[in-house]
Ligand binder design. Structure first.
Ligand SMILES: [Zn+2]
Length: 134
């Protein structure tokens, strides 16, 4: 991979990191807002019927799931930036073959080639391998 390509992926990674960061901030603010609503002791909240409460809980769990996922992606982006600096970026961590350009374009932080990612998905369910996009 030449310098120009490296720069391109570095930019992609930094941009992605910013995006994930913004999304996480948004999720945190949302979570904060709903816990503040709980803590306010607003009795009108108790008049909500069960279905609404269930939906609210579901939303919060969903947001927390997203936040965890975002954290994982941030970690993977940092790892990819490290590999970009120290060499090894763009090669599969498992079989060491180059990762397809198309895949890197879609997931610049991918650490596995599509076939290794697929194998991992099939074997043990492990999220955060970057194998969610073909
Ligand atoms: Zn591989």
């Amino acid at each position: 991979m030449n310098k120009r390509e490296q720069d391109k992926y570095k930019k992609l990674l930094l941009k992605k990191r910013q995006e994930v960061h913004n999304a996480m901030k948004h999720i945190e603010e949302d979570a904060l807002k709903s816990s503040q609503r709980d803590a306010s002791g607003d009795l009108s909240g108790y008049s909500l019927h069960m279905a609404d409460i269930a939906t609210d809980n579901y939303d919060r769990e969903f947001s927390l799931g997203l936040a965890t996922n975002a954290q994982q992606i941030l970690y993977q982006i940092d790892e990819a930036l490290k590999r970009l600096k120290e060499k090894g970026f763009g090669n599969c961590l498992s079989c060491e073959k180059p990762i397809a350009k198309r895949r890197l374009q879609a997931i610049p932080y991918a650490s596995l080639c599509i076939s290794c990612a697929g194998k991992q998905e099939g074997g043990r369910r492990r999220s955060g391998s970057g194998g969610e996009v073909a």
